[in-house]
Design a protein around this ligand. Sequence first.
Ligand SMILES: Cc1cc2nc3c(=O)[nH]c(=O)nc-3n(C[C@H](O)[C@H](O)[C@H](O)COP(=O)(O)OP(=O)(O)OC[C@H]3O[C@@H](n4cnc5c(N)ncnc54)[C@H](O)[C@@H]3O)c2cc1C
Length: 406
Amino acid sequence: MMQSYDVTIVGGGMVGLTLAKSLANSHLTVAIIEAREASELTAETENRVSAISFASKNLFDNLGIWTSLNASRITPYHTMQVWEKDSFGKIDFDAKQVNQNDLGYIVENKNLQLALLNAVQQQANITFLCPETLQNMAIGDGEAWLTLSSGKQLTSKLVVAADGANSWVRQQVNIPLTQWDYQHHAIVATVKTDEPHQACARQVFTPQGPLAFLPLYENNLSSIVWSLPPIQATLLLALDDEAFNQQLSRTFDNRLGLCEVQGKRQSIPLSMRYARDFAKHRIALIGDAAHTIHPLAGQGVNLGVLDAACLGQEILAHANVGDDIGLYQNLRHFERWRKTEATQMIASMELLKQLFNGNNPFKKALRDTALLMADNISPLKKQFIQQAMGLNGDRPYLCLKQSVTK
Ligand SMILES: Cc1cc2nc3c(=O)[nH]c(=O)nc-3n(C[C@H](O)[C@H](O)[C@H](O)COP(=O)(O)OP(=O)(O)OC[C@H]3O[C@@H](n4cnc5c(N)ncnc54)[C@H](O)[C@@H]3O)c2cc1C
């Protein structure tokens, strides 16, 4: 039998589930189509973690999600240190400089995804279809027609692509992509260190690329994101643990003493992607389906969950006055809003990446002086901190502190 939904979200990752939760308790019917079944969080730390900004934490608080996370696996960080290898350039940030306790939170992606999943599965207006993939989609005037891998058929007023960087939906509706290879692969791993991290997120810029140590829930445990040219990443992955540990400790200037990698290392190719349209008739794109950026500032999922919150806000505003939520004209404000935020973020990432790229002595002197100046000019530093915390820009109401509780 054909089922009809108001909103169908393709992809039940962190971003798709955030949108679903923002539509919970409304009069709208929502379906989520997700290809992979989720597995439980185990004692072994996940390699994929995210630095969740203050704004995103507010969003999860207001959605009633934050308290459902496994609290023993959330690490608030209060300070941040950034420096350039073999130079005097450095900048330090402290939450106290903006009268806050925390700058952000390190959370395993799976921790967040499971909390969101549990929440949406309890909602009467949300149907979670998993494991299922979308196999066919036809966009009609008044609705979209969808066929799933099980043969199930649905119609929907709006289809939301939250199906990640290689979005099937985006390709089906022929939305062109601006894309460039960052010429970096990110090695991710969990690392034990001799010295405690003291709730500080650290990043060193080397001529090959940035290396970040993100503090985890034990004082001597960190998650690393090491961005390198692909050949060097391949060579590092092939090293045995001992040789890898030595290289890692040395590259990190021994800031946390000797490092000892735990479990497997993974390498992820990094590309910038930017969809030309974030919306079309009956279609909206959010999260990695709309844009991907370099992880050097830890902002990808923060941008994505804010897309979800903005789209949720727009859908509810139109539905409440009886508008057709799938009409392009009713998606245009969402599209303009999020394209502005995404392009600003992409431009900032590009500026940072180019600034720290290579060993040209003139460029090095310039950036070290710039870093020192920024470190000593409080208003400028405040601006950087607020940007990293997600407190600048036009935020959806769910990201404002204690807006609504669902
Ligand atoms: C090394 C690295 C470090 C990062 N660190 C940070 C950080 O510190 N902070 C931060 O904010 N961001 C970070 N990011 C970015 C962040 O990980 C991504 O932006 C985020 O995971 C994107 O979430 P998403 O839900 O949009 O996509 P995904 O997580 O890719 O989810 C897409 C979902 O769709 C499903 N799916 C795909 N196709 C189909 C289909 N046809 N049918 C049904 N289901 C489908 C998939 O199974 C998946 O569950 C990092 C990225 C990298 C690579």
